[in-house]
Design a protein around this ligand. Sequence first.
Ligand SMILES: *[C@@H]1O[C@H](CO)[C@@H](O)[C@H](O)[C@H]1NC(C)=O
Ligand SMILES: *[C@@H]1O[C@H](CO)[C@@H](O)[C@H](O)[C@H]1NC(C)=O
Ligand SMILES: *[C@@H]1O[C@H](CO)[C@@H](O)[C@H](O)[C@H]1NC(C)=O
Ligand SMILES: *[C@@H]1O[C@H](CO)[C@@H](O)[C@H](O)[C@H]1NC(C)=O
Length: 491
Amino acid sequence: MHRPLIVLVAFTVCLTGSFALTSEIIQPIRRSGDEVALIFIPGAKIQGEAYRKTAVAIQQATNMAVWAALTGNYTFDIPTFFEMKSAVEGAIDGLKKAGMTSTNYVGVAHSLGGVFLSSYAENSPLKAVILMGSYINRGTKLRDYAKPLLTLSGELDGQTRITRIAADYEQLHQDAKQNKTALYRKPVVNIKGLCHAQFASGPMPPKVIEMDLKPDITETQAHAEIGRYVSHFLAVTFSTVQSEVAEAKMQLDNDFMESGTRFQPLLNMKALDRAGNTCPWAQIVQGYLAGKLVSRTIINNVILGEPKFARSKPSLVRVGNRLVISTTTEVKYEWNIFDVSINKESPREISVKMKSREAIEKALGSYPEAEVLMLNKNSIPTCRFMNEQALNLALKNSTIAAQERYKSRGRPLTFKDDIVYGTGIKWLAAPLALDEDDKGLSVQSVGRYEPMSSAAFPGMYYYCKVLSPYRAMEWINVDSLRVHNVTASHL
Ligand SMILES: *[C@@H]1O[C@H](CO)[C@@H](O)[C@H](O)[C@H]1NC(C)=O
Ligand SMILES: *[C@@H]1O[C@H](CO)[C@@H](O)[C@H](O)[C@H]1NC(C)=O
Ligand SMILES: *[C@@H]1O[C@H](CO)[C@@H](O)[C@H](O)[C@H]1NC(C)=O
Ligand SMILES: *[C@@H]1O[C@H](CO)[C@@H](O)[C@H](O)[C@H]1NC(C)=O
């Protein structure tokens, strides 16, 4: 193997003249094949040089003549939108001076660098973009992004969580149904066992060290995997050899399927939060309440926002020998207007207004109330019971590897008995308690039960603020694996 020849190109930004972006040029290790250049943009507080090993691994994985330019020395070591143009143009200058003749420039950005590169790249000399542990802002749909784009994510990336990238994979899945070429133009890949730091090498900033998860693969394996996926994307995007393009398309088809083994279980849980305008999880928990009578019910649900949810009431209508139960739900997310990936992707809580078991029994007239009700009382599910089911479901539907990681080193998710409020107003105001510390996450629901004996609303209401199964799964797959309680408030 040739040692890559390293040339340093310095250029000064005229804007202020006070800072000097530079880039280090790495020559191709082979002269044959189509010429492509990878222009690396680092993550915040990460040196440009930290991507040298990644670049070399990509060179080794492809049949093309791959150049690389490692940009660095950003103001305060933070690449921002304002320096993107000078960084990329400076790198292109350096590549030309070093002897590159084609214009196949690809921006490759890590972490925060990707946030700025992706918005700059749409109108730039870059012909394609590769995001590593990064993503385009939610405001832009994957299919509307103007350039070919490869999104690479790590299964154990503690900073750009897999659940954030699963949302892009979900888009790709939809887009590919319309037109299969989406799989080649906008691939979204998940790399098994890889963490955030492994897109680069060398020392990481404290923020990454704090947030990142323990990887399951070595750095060398990680870079080889990155090289492999990037080679598929580069071949499809730039190769002039038809057989190489055809082969790479097959590889990207595989990559899509293989990544799905990790993304899809998450998306299956996510689908329980919302399907159109209903919350399937709310229908399921109302079903738990109905118990054996569930087979005689039709359970509807509608997701409402404030203030409609506050005013809504569950209702019952008997149709023949069936009962139509209409429930309402509010799905609340944590505030994340800037689309920051260290914030959780799943809902913070799901509030559900349901009908009580007693009300259902009464409406179906199937039981001679008194005695049977007494017997049934203990078996009536609490909100806590529903949360335990959410965890069971999330665990059972996680990959085997994720289940094993959670069981061996995940901080456990535990439950406390419900806090019960006597009025709708108090219930509405109290959030689902999610208390995280270094030992784990404790969940406590708030409920409102109106017993049959209630003077005002006899047995009419059964309200719960429950845990989203997707939140449980996100905990199992991401947050539980950190040793400490770290949250977005550290941002
Ligand atoms: C950043 O600047 C230093 C000092 O001039 C230089 O040694 C280094 O190679 C530069 N890094 C990059 C990635 O250009
Ligand atoms: C799919 O997309 C490609 C690239 O955008 C386009 O060339 C092709 O015509 C599309 N195919 C269909 C069936 O729409
Ligand atoms: C969860 O896994 C079970 C099998 O273990 C499967 O039947 C079920 O459909 C899965 N649920 C979801 C929502 O993916
Ligand atoms: C965990 O972190 C959150 C957010 O910083 C904080 O509010 C909470 O008090 C912490 N929990 C403990 C037990 O320290």
